[in-house]
Design a protein around this ligand. Structure first.
Ligand code: CAA
Length: 378
């Protein structure tokens, strides 16, 4: 067993940390307040190879592997969770297109997604009445001449209003999970429009919108993988995506713990620093331990994926643990700060708002438990 990072992984981690500290962190509070990520930040990520960390170099990616991707996500998540989720979904879309796209789709979208020309990628699976249960989706795609025509609506779509390319799931067969296909859709396709923008509690810099498809026509080679084989593509993509969200939650937790430690050392009460009080020390000890477990579980899942071994359950465990415990870490960090934790100036309230959704998106904690239990009971 080798616990050391290799040179590529170290380089990606350092590049992400440097960019996050220099270019993102100083603007994180403004990104939250203005509910928008400056485009130059997204372009900067792409220029560093962070929009296709695990995408082959032949398609414009960094080809650096899943461990490097996880490390980079943690660094970006530590600075700004909104930026991190935009990056996570773009990486997930780039990987899906690279793995399942026809040659035309791979060449047309993946290099431009990786180099930032498409601004971001977007993953259009969920619907107003199909979130945890995507097998119940209602959007349809029907064959028409030499193409497909998409109709229906999607909801909770990250970067829905500015992504240049979408992976869209729609029903092409009978009911249930075996009648769903996946398509690559250019954002400028007629019949695709952006709907309601969600006004969220956290991750305010990341845009979340509805999408509407009305007679939206795509070429026949926009189909990803097999007809009616789209559900499995979604599941495989989400297995990898959950490593990204586990890494992001870890980064948010690290940011909150750093602030709690610094505040506890600097603030005095009852004649000495807060850090001398055992009640505070225990909070810091629990947080440190929980984040280290999150890191180990997340890197294990990343390693398994990178090695081509089964990793669904391990990714679910990493996401469950990391999101649930990063939430606790952020809550404790706020408690350490007392009243100051409850105001915007100290940023811990932002971390708490941002981390909350990691227990919901890319599969709720309850869905992760289903995946883990099915594996354990099989
Ligand atoms: N990899 C490959 N195939 C898989 C798979 C996996 N991880 N999991 C299931 N499958 C296959 C099954 O083998 C089965 O195949 P067959 O048809 O050949 O039998 C098929 O998929 C159906 O599987 P299930 O019967 O297990 O499906 P289910 O309806 O019971 O659902 C579930 C399983 C795990 C609960 C799944 O519905 C799920 O993950 N739900 C959560 C959805 C989710 O995470 N949504 C997130 C939205 S995207 C997002 O949040 C992105 C963002 O913008 C931030």
């Amino acid at each position: 067993m080798d616990w050391e990072l290799d040179e590529t992984q170290r380089m990606v981690q350092e590049a992400a940390r440097d960019f996050a500290t220099r270019a993102i962190l100083p603007r994180a509070r403004d990104i939250d307040r203005d509910a928008a990520i400056p485009r130059e930040i997204l372009k900067g990520l792409a220029d560093l190879g962070l929009f296709g960390v695990n995408v082959p170099e032949s398609l414009g990616g960094a080809g650096a592997g899943t461990i490097a991707y996880s490390l980079a996500m943690t660094e970006i998540g530590r600075a700004c969770a909104s930026t991190a989720v935009t990056m996570a979904v773009s990486n997930m879309v780039a990987e899906v297109l690279a793995a399942f796209g026809t040659e035309r789709v791979r060449q047309e979208f993946v290099p431009r997604l990786c180099d930032g020309s498409l601004v971001a990628g977007s993953f259009a699976l969920s619907e107003p009445e199909a979130g945890s249960d995507p097998g119940a989706m209602r959007a349809t795609a029907r064959r028409d001449g030499d193409g497909w025509v998409l109709d229906g609506s999607k909801q909770w779509i990250t970067s829905g209003d500015f992504a240049g390319v979408f992976v869209v799931w729609a029903r092409t067969g009978g009911p249930g999970t075996r009648g769903i296909s996946a398509f690559a859709v250019d954002a400028n396709t007629p019949g695709l429009s952006v709907g309601h923008h969600e006004d969220k509690m956290g991750l305010r810099g990341s845009s979340t919108t509805a999408l509407h498809f009305e007679g939206c026509r795509v070429p026949s080679d926009a189909l990803l993988g097999q007809e009616n084989g789209g559900f499995k593509i979604a599941m495989m993509a989400l297995d990898g995506g959950r490593i990204g969200i586990a890494s992001q939650a870890l980064g948010i937790g690290e940011a909150a713990l750093e602030k709690a430690v610094a505040y506890a050392q600097q603030r005095s009460a009852f004649g000495g620093p807060l850090a001398d009080k055992q009640a505070i020390q225990f909070m810091i000890a629990d947080s440190r331990t929980e984040l280290d477990v999150a890191r180990l579980l997340t890197l294990r899942a990343a390693w398994l994926k990178q090695e081509g071994k089964p990793f669904s359950q391990q990714a679910a465990m990493a996401k469950l643990w990391s999101s649930e415990n990063a939430w606790k870490v952020c809550d404790r960090a706020l408690q350490v700060h007392g009243g100051y934790g409850y105001v915007r100036e100290y940023d811990v309230e932002r971390h708490l708002r941002d981390v909350r959704v990691s227990r919901i998106y890319e599969g709720t904690s309850e869905i992760q438990r289903i995946v883990i239990a099915r594996g354990a009971l099989s």
